[in-house]
Design a protein around this ligand. Structure first.
Ligand SMILES: O=C(O)C1=C[C@@H](OP(=O)(O)O)[C@@H](O)[C@H](O)C1
Ligand SMILES: C=C(OP(=O)(O)O)C(=O)O
Length: 438
């Protein structure tokens, strides 16, 4: 694998970027469609490694998939047939490194029949998963194993009922139970006990999409006002024609390109309202000195300042944005503190360790704290180019690319890992500076 000669911006960037569909919305829509009471059509579907693994996993469980001839993002999903019509036997699900696949599909598998063997990338075997498998066992599932690889032995029904979990390591534990809960015989009453659940907007996304599919989630908040209980009654999941929003977490990298070069990046179809935590990149870039506008027809434009300003941020709810923000902090004026993100140690890689190692390799100043990073910014000209390692993490790769815009000659190792959520990333990134892929 050769390192990618990521482009440098000789001039402030001025570009418009069309973003593919949201990974998180696509994979939720696919699960709900596979469990629905009729066929659902998805348009603007993200086609990337994570979403193709979800498509393959659902197909292995019996869902039908029909793609439009001229548009791979237009797919009609026929739900998994009732247990009696599902062929028994052993099936396999490859989770790759996708949190949404490894945490959302086991409950769907438990409603299926036969033995379903789950595995994934070597790195995926270290991601937290036991909580969701233990919860499914409490709800009546027969599952061997506590992490990848594991096997679900299914007989077509799952009793469901009450379950208490500690979802402080990942919001996906809650979402993964909720998405299938209406199909459990007694629904599910989920209680979270433990330190606060991260990425709560992603749980709100789950709840909102379930409501669109006719499934009410009754929530109850703890003393601090944060929801810690979710209850779903048994019942049908309605088929919905889903229009997938653009991926705002992937947008973050491109908007960061404007911010770091003092240039301007626009992106169309920016939703006026969304549960995607990626939307928070806009106020964060504004705090760092950028200017953002959104036109009535949804064109978002971010224009960067001469020099970014350091920030003190709690990113607990929007942890996905951390690699991009950390890259900006490395060249901002002043010392930045990013907190509330201990759970990032269980993401694609230990992102706190990876970010501090790579920033420091360039001569920057990043220190890990128990729940985040402290980054002393320095002018880009003080950084020395060196290969930026991606650790098989798409967001590490895109963060490195942002720095490479202002640190000439900085190769990115394994840029192909961006295919996890955006296969076209290298080409679209190169187009930002008008360069071809070198
Ligand atoms: O449910 C989802 O679609 C996601 C939830 C979050 O996971 P964590 O709660 O594990 O951070 C987020 O980081 C991930 O990229 C996508
Ligand atoms: C944490 C992420 O992904 P996953 O869905 O694999 O958890 C991410 O995309 O930043």
């Amino acid at each position: 694998m050769t390192a990618w000669a990521a482009p440098t911006a000789d001039l402030p960037i001025s570009a418009t970027v069309e973003l593919p569909g949201s990974k998180s919305i696509t994979n939720r829509a696919l699960i709900l469609a596979a469990l629905a009471d009729g066929p659902s059509r998805l348009t603007g579907t993200l086609r990337s490694r994570d979403t193709d693994l979800m498509l393959d996993g659902l197909a292995a469980l019996g869902a039908g998939l029909a793609f439009a001839d001229d548009d791979p993002t237009d797919v009609t999903v026929t739900p998994i047939p009732p247990a009696a019509d599902t062929p028994a036997g052993t099936r396999t699900v490859d989770c790759g490194l996708a949190g949404t696949v490894m945490r959302f599909l086991p409950a769907v598998a438990a409603l299926s029949t036969g033995d379903i063997e789950f595995d994934g990338d070597e790195q995926a075997r270290h991601r937290p998963l036991g909580t969701v498998l233990d919860a499914l066992r409490t709800l009546g599932a027969d599952i061997d194993g506590d992490r990848l690889p594991f096997t679900v032995h299914a007989d077509g029904t799952l009793p469901g009922g009450p379950v208490t979990i500690d979802a402080s390591a990942s919001s996906q534990f809650v979402s993964g139970l909720l998405l299938s809960a209406a199909r459990f015989t007694h629904g599910a009453q989920i209680v979270h006990e433990g330190p606060p659940v991260p990425s709560m907007p992603h749980v709100e996304m789950t709840v909102e999409m379930m409501a669109a599919a006719g499934v009410a989630v009754v929530t109850e908040a703890g003393p601090d006002g944060t929801v810690t209980r979710w209850s779903v009654a048994p019942g049908p999941i309605r088929a919905v024609d889903w229009e997938i929003e653009p991926d705002l977490s992937n947008a973050a990298a491109f908007l960061a390109a404007a911010a770091i070069t003092g240039g301007s990046v626009s992106t169309p179809r920016w939703p006026a309202q969304t549960t995607q935590p990626g939307a928070q990149i806009v106020p964060i870039l504004e705090r760092m000195g950028a200017v953002a506008t959104r036109s009535d027809d949804g064109l978002l434009t971010v224009t960067g300042p001469q020099r970014l300003t350091a920030v003190d941020l709690d990113l607990h709810a929007v942890g996905e944005l951390t690699p991009t923000i950390a890259a900006l902090c490395a060249v901002a004026e002043g010392t930045s503190t990013l907190r509330g993100i201990a759970h990032l140690r269980g993401h694609e890689t230990d992102r706190l360790a990876a970010l501090s190692t790579e920033i420091n390799r360039l001569g920057g100043h990043a220190t890990e704290t128990p729940d985040g990073l402290v980054i002393v910014g320095t002018a880009p000209e003080n950084l020395r180019p060196d290969t930026w390692l991606s650790y098989a993490d798409h967001r590490m790769a895109t963060a490195g690319c942002a720095l490479a815009l202002v640190v000439p000659g900085m190769p990115i190792d394994d840029v192909e890992t961006t295919a996890k959520t955006m296969p076209d990333f290298p080409a679209q990134w190169a187009a930002l500076v008008g360069a071809g892929t070198r």
